[in-house]
Design a protein around this ligand. Sequence first.
Ligand code: NDP
Length: 277
Amino acid sequence: MRQLKLPSGNAMPVFGIGTWRMGEQHERRQAEVDVIREALDLGITLIDSAEMYGEGGAEEVIGEAIRGRREGLFLVSKFYPHHASRAGVIEACERSLRRMECDYIDLYLLHWRGAIPLSQTFEALHELQRDGRIRDFGVSNFDIDDLRTIAPADQARLGCNQIFYNLAHREVEWEVADWCRQHGTPLMAYSPLDQGGALLHSSVLAAVGARHSASAAQIALAWLLHQPDTVVIPKSANPKRIAENLAALDIRLSADDLTELDSAFAAPARAVRLQMR
Ligand code: NDP
């Protein structure tokens, strides 16, 4: 699996799985544990979660799925903005660690910008990193103004900005992506399949896919993986689709493919706000 280097020097895989909507219903729990285990069996090591998903339920599903096989995994989790005070971040992290039954989180993110001053949040993140409870920290849903309010020393240490990014939603390309590249901050593209919506029925994706014997979902992921320093975290409850999505790593889009995709799904031509799902 291709890896990106974080500012800390740690490595992060470019492909992972999402867990939003997991851990919400007891009846689905075993199936969710099984699907994560099957993803690990396929060689996927990055798992994205958040204390918000199933109000801790998704992290519990992960804890059960990874029991006895934590080594070599790259766990990402996120805390609520209303837990972003100095004490709040540390308590939220301890709860996430307990639920995932592990000693550290690889990358711990502020889920979106809230009202608590960022200086408090970053102090707590430094403490967690010093104590070894997190390896790296970063942000999510940070638009350009939010990024600029981070202290310069922390701007240079961000493990990622996890943002809404797919072919049908390229708002991040207006300013945020350039800022992140200039600061060495990887982008982590969430909802990379636009949540399984109309994007996957696009005739352009089907036509490009036909040239690679690939599905629309694979082309959507291959396009994101073609962007510099970008990680994708598609979610699927279906092991066959997870394998299909993973195979997007092997697709090399040609210059003609990229031109066709660009003209069907244009990058923003004027200022746009980052969107959030
Ligand atoms: P995705 O873009 O990953 O799409 C998921 C949907 O696509 C599901 O309905 C899934 O259905 C379907 N799907 C997956 N693979 C295929 C395929 N090969 N062919 C057809 N359909 C497919 O949406 P998410 O919003 O779940 O985003 C992924 C992850 O990003 C989340 O799970 C979460 O971890 C993270 N996220 C972060 C946010 C943030 O604010 N930081 C916000 C939103 C998401 P099925 O399960 O039936 O296969």
